[in-house]
Design a protein around this ligand. Structure first.
Ligand SMILES: [Zn+2]
Length: 424
């Protein structure tokens, strides 16, 4: 079904003009509103249910807001304000995003104009739209919304302001401030909508963690080894891990004192690591249960690097495949499992030989599987400490190993310790 089909269905449901519904739907999709939400919003606009939209919505507690509310009035404290420019219907619009809270709970918001409020302000916000974002209600502050200073200070249990340690950042966060050391930095040319653009990428660290970053407007203060305070960044998921994004509104201030950087990666139970939804530089300890298919001596497409079977790439058809070494091992620490992926170098270490040795062994046995079998014999049933980048998607959790070492401590103990920490 394409947009027109959805529009047709909606138009006939609502008994309104199809062209109008199509235009509304396209507008919403253009600014990346998910389809289901866009349909719901069009339905609401044309009076097809999904909540009332009376002129004076009643005052509600934040915790009571559901996506069934059309519009609400809330009295809240501003927790954070992030600024970002997005393209909407061909125009560049500067939006503010962040979180609001009252005693009952907190909610994220998007403001389509600058209402001038700052973190810590207590406000009464009238006629804010409610939309669904990521499965949760979010407030939409637009031209029909009123913002006034509240009578008295709204007490909240949440942290006010955007200052955070790296370990506490998650994809979707807006208006965050960090104090970090620039650990790695490099520039890259990308083709954007306005032609070729230079961006900066790298890794930032503080005493709690490390995270990758992208500076879309490269600035000179971001150099290798620099200690800086960066204000107003947002986080998005990139290759399965949270990534810090600097925009034209982010500010970078050199810090007088060096920022302490964690040598070690945070050690988590597999369950906690997987629950985080993806982590850059994390350490887990567990037993290898199994070496999966697609391990040992494998073949890759020379064009895209994907693993091919029988010389056939899914994207490039018949190719002159290149031999490579890899391991995909299932690691279990008693809380959950994760697939650990070893590159050619780490695979050579656990195999005890490089690509030439593996090819010779396969030729002698007239069977490629002998390489994976030998690796399985070494790994299965033994405990390993793995450090690397964890990505989690619908197909499972993958930990791209940077280091892979025999664990000297018992993983069951480590898992119990991690569980006990959670239970406290
Ligand atoms: Zn290919």
């Amino acid at each position: 079904m394409d947009v027109t089909d959805h529009a047709e269905e909606l138009a006939s449901d609502l008994g309104v003009d199809k062209e109008e519904v199509t235009a509304d739907l396209r507008n919403l999709l253009e600014y990346s509103v998910p389809l289901d939400e866009a349909k719901q919003s069009v339905r609401r606009k044309h009076g097809g249910g999904g909540g009332g939209s009376g002129p004076t919505p009643s005052s509600v507690d934040v915790a009571e807001i559901t996506t069934d509310h059309g519009n609400v009035t809330v009295t809240v404290r501003v927790l954070s304000v992030g600024t970002r420019t997005i393209r909407y219907q061909g125009d560049e619009i500067t939006i503010r995003e962040g979180e609001l809270a009252d005693e009952s709970g907190r909610i994220s918001y998007t403001a389509w104009q600058d209402f001038g409020f700052e973190p810590g302000d207590s406000l009464t916000i009238g006629n804010a739209g409610v939309r669904e974002w990521d499965g949760r209600p979010e407030l939409n502050l637009n031209e029909s919304t009123t913002v006034a200073v509240a009578d008295g200070t709204v007490a909240v249990d949440h942290e006010i302001g955007g200052d955070r340690k790296l370990i506490d950042l998650a994809a979707g966060d807006r208006g965050r401030n960090v104090e970090v050391r620039v650990l790695e930095v490099g520039s890259k040319t990308i083709s954007g909508r306005d032609g070729e653009t230079e961006i900066t990428e790298g890794v930032l660290g503080d005493e709690t963690a490390k995270l990758p970053f992208t500076d879309w407007q490269p600035r000179p203060e971001i150099t290798s080894g620099a200690d800086v305070r960066i204000e107003d960044v947002y986080l998005r998921e990139f290759r399965g891990v949270p990534s810090i994004n600097l925009t034209e509104f982010s500010t970078v201030t050199p810090l007088p004192d060096p920022v302490e950087v964690a040598e070690d990666a945070p050690r988590l139970s597999v369950a906690d690591a997987v629950d985080s939804g993806g982590m850059f530089d994390v350490e887990v300890v567990g037993n290898v249960l199994e070496v999966r298919d697609g391990s040992g001596l494998i073949e890759r497409c020379p064009e895209c690097g994907r693993v091919v079977q029988g010389g056939q790439c899914r994207s490039h058809g018949a190719v002159d495949a290149e031999d490579d070494l890899r391991v995909k091992a299932i690691l279990d620490d008693g809380t959950d499992t994760v697939t650990v992926v070893l590159d050619d170098e780490l695979t050579a270490e656990v195999y005890g030989g490089g690509l030439e040795d593996a090819l010779a062994a396969a030729t002698e046995a007239m069977n490629k599987e002998v390489v994976a079998d030998a690796i399985a014999e070494t790994l299965v049933g033994r405990a390993y400490r793995v450090r690397g980048n964890l990505s989690v998607d619908d197909y499972g959790a993958n930990l791209d190993a940077e280091t892979f070492e025999i664990a000297t401590d018992d993983p069951a103990d480590a898992a119990r310790a991690a569980l006990a920490e959670v239970a406290e």
